[in-house]
Design a protein around this ligand. Structure first.
Ligand code: GDP
Length: 471
């Protein structure tokens, strides 16, 4: 990432067919470079921006500076520094969509002296010029990649500085604790009240816990989760997938073993964007193709965040149902997780109930919810969606305000919390204060790498390189 402020150029809109595309120019020479390519009106002279009024839309033409050929008719917004996204002089050119016009304008601007922007470079400039904080800059990334309305709302709140407001007090408390610890190391004879240190550490821990608890909810709402429908053949997994999607994506036939591969579809269930996997029925089989499908189903069983065990309620439980329940419980026993993110869908509720679930409870915790449903009539579908939503929300604190944290931000804050907790224990156990100071200092740095106070260039380039070009 270059830190010299030359003038950068990029298409800001996504590729592909669209009504309009937007090309951005930002930097000290934005006006001159754009002026070499842009002409006023249908027949007018080169546009001269410092003269033109800022923040108004102008009609004109983009013309190749090398051949003089007309490229496109355009609308041009001139935004004089510092009232622009990057705080630099900026020109935004709206041209016809599709890939041709915007690309030709970018080429013309480069021929006129601009440089192609690197991914995230516009936002990077907004950050280094102090226009946005680091948490806000990362929120820009979340906004452009949000998958749901809720996720977008969270990202927008972070863009307004919400996340920073919640983390800054934690950092302040940690630094206060550090000040006391350093003071007691420097003046060992003076009595430094450990109660103050304990109170600051406790405040920091509470604050960090609340943000981290909200992060799970935030992630769920923005990125969603993978949920696998599992069951022996013919219990109605494909029918349930279709019913949940209200479409006909999976092939449904009365012949056992028709779904030989994993079918996946996106759906919005209970406000959560979900990737729903329909799996090949897991059963004892010798058919090699079926076995390959079963292998993939097992992988879905191991990796999906949420599981739905589909049982055919119109038949007595089969050995395959029980083996599957055992496999599911084995995954979670081994993982040592508290609650199993599992729902049992007792399908074919339009027929008389024949299945006796008693044997299932020998293998699964009795807290697992059962929903009677009929893929055929649609009865119980909303309850099933609600139960899936509920198991996915397990462990995320419903009271904590959702926060959107990137992997990196989550890692830093999680580490800070661990260090603060360690310091709390050491303090309670009466360890020498200089030993605590090291951990508390590391915690302050970890939080600082999220708020932007303690961040180095390598991490910055890492963050901004995940942006798309033109952002
Ligand atoms: P899969 O192998 O588990 O994916 O099962 P399918 O979705 O292919 O369904 C197997 C058979 O059960 C098909 O004949 C479906 O029409 C039937 N079926 C699925 N759901 C229901 C239901 O709720 N009620 C009834 N009566 N039949 C169902």
């Amino acid at each position: 990432m270059s830190v010299q402020f030359d003038t950068i150029v990029a298409t800001a809109t996504a590729a592909g067919p669209a009504a309009i595309a937007v090309v951005r120019v930002s930097g000290p020479e934005a006006a001159e470079i754009a002026g070499r390519v842009l002409f006023a009106g249908r027949t007018g002279p080169n546009m001269t921006f410092p003269v033109a009024e800022s923040h108004r839309l102008l009609y004109g033409r983009a013309v190749s500076p090398t051949t003089g050929d007309l490229i496109d008719e355009v609308m041009v917004a001139w935004m004089a520094a510092p009232r622009s996204f990057t705080t630099e002089d900026m020109v935004e050119i709206s041209c016809h969509g599709g890939d041709i016009a915007a690309a030709a304008i970018v080429r013309a601007l480069i021929a006129a002296g601009g440089r192609p922007a690197e991914p995230g470079e516009f936002t990077y400039r907004a950050f280094v010029h102090g226009r946005v904080g680091l948490t806000e800059a990362e929120a820009v990334l979340q906004v452009v990649s949000a998958h749901s309305a809720d996720g977008l709302q969270r990202a927008l709140a972070d863009l307004q500085g919400d996340l920073a407001q919640r983390i800054v007090p934690a950092r302040a408390a940690v630094i206060m604790a550090l000040a006391y610890l350093d003071a007691s190391a420097d003046f060992p004879d003076d009595e430094i009240p450990t109660a103050n240190i304990a109170a600051d550490l406790a405040l920091a821990a509470t604050q960090l816990e609340s943000v981290l608890a909200g992060a799970r909810t935030g992630r769920l709402l923005s990125e969603g989760a993978t949920v696998a429908l599992l069951g022996r053949p013919n219990v109605g997994k494909s029918s349930l997938l279709n019913a949940l999607l209200r479409s006909d994506r999976a092939i449904v036939t009365p012949i056992a073993g028709t779904t030989r591969d994993v079918v996946s579809e996106r759906a919005m269930l209970d406000g959560i964007p979900i990737l729903l996997l329909d799996t090949a029925g897991i059963a004892a089989s010798t058919d090699p193709i079926e076995l390959a499908g079963i292998e993939r189903s097992r992988s879905a069983l191991q990796h999906a965040v949420g599981l739905v065990l589909v049982i055919d309620g119109s038949e007595p439980l089969a050995q395959d149902d029980l083996s599957l329940a055992e496999e599911i419980s084995a995954r979670f026993d081994a993982g040592g997780l508290g609650e199993i993110p599992l729902v049992i869908a007792l399908n074919k509720a339009d027929r008389p109930l024949q299945a006796d679930l008693a044997e299932l409870w020998a293998m699964l915790p009795s807290t697992v919810g059962v929903v009677s449903v009929s893929a055929l009539t649609g009865a119980g579908l909303d309850q099933l969606a609600g139960a899936i939503g509920a198991v996915l929300r397990q462990g995320s604190d419903p009271v904590a305000r959702p926060a959107l944290l990137s992997e990196r931000q989550y890692g830093e804050l999680d580490r800070a919390l661990l260090l603060v907790r360690g310091a709390q224990e050491a303090l309670a156990a009466g360890f020498p204060t200089d030993l605590l100071a090291t951990d508390v200092r590391l915690a302050a740095r970890a939080i600082g790498r999220v708020t932007g106070e303690d961040i180095d260039d390598a991490v910055l380039s890492e963050i901004f390189s995940r942006f798309c070009i033109g952002k």
